[in-house]
Design a protein. Structure first.
Length: 176
């Protein structure tokens, strides 16, 4: 699979059906369960369905989706970063997650910063949203570093827990 993007330490590529073990590990990690939610993905078949109905379908329908993040040095899969298109939002939103062993090392800030430049330069998208749980302080700090602006509190459809909605425009790339 061809790389989509590279940074000093990271490689981004589309997720494939070969990534099922990684998906099972990531979506059952404590941070994912706390801040993103339980997805009932425990088997290879569950992971295949998640990949086909989520990222792979998004690549085909939207021209974007969640990408796998790997370390350049070892090719270890450490997380995901990319855009999602949700019915409840008028714009795509930035999503990201890391395995616990790779948190606190600056990988997600490096990944999201590079990805935003990619989104603007290659996908020609100049405005995005991001959502976080109210108590996800780490994610909120990342969004603030990236110059996302808090818009409002909202409820996603089918969920009675409010989230924070942030917005970003490409002009923020010059504010680094």
């Amino acid at each position: 699979m061809a790389d989509i993007l590279q940074t000093e330490r990271l490689i981004f590529r589309k997720l494939t059906l070969n990534d099922t073990e990684f998906i099972i590990e990531l979506v059952n990690s404590p941070g994912w369960l706390q801040y993103i939610g339980y997805r009932n993905i425990h088997t290879t078949e569950d992971a295949v369905k998640y990949l086909q109905d989520g990222p792979m379908k998004s690549y085909a329908q939207n021209g974007f989706g969640l990408l796998l993040i790997q370390l350049k040095t070892t090719k270890a899969s450490i997380g995901m970063c990319g855009l999602l298109k949700r019915d409840a939002l008028s714009l795509p939103d930035l999503g990201y997650a890391l395995l616990p062993a790779y948190e606190g090392k600056g990988y997600i800030t490096e990944a999201t910063s590079a990805y935003l430049e990619y989104v603007h330069q290659h996908l020609h998208i100049s405005k995005l949203f991001a959502i976080t749980n109210l108590d996800n302080e780490k994610s909120i700090r990342v969004l603030e570093k990236l110059h996302f602006a808090f818009e409002r509190y909202m409820n996603m459809s089918g969920d009675d827990h409010p989230v924070r909605l942030f917005s970003w425009t490409a002009k923020n790339l010059t504010e680094k």
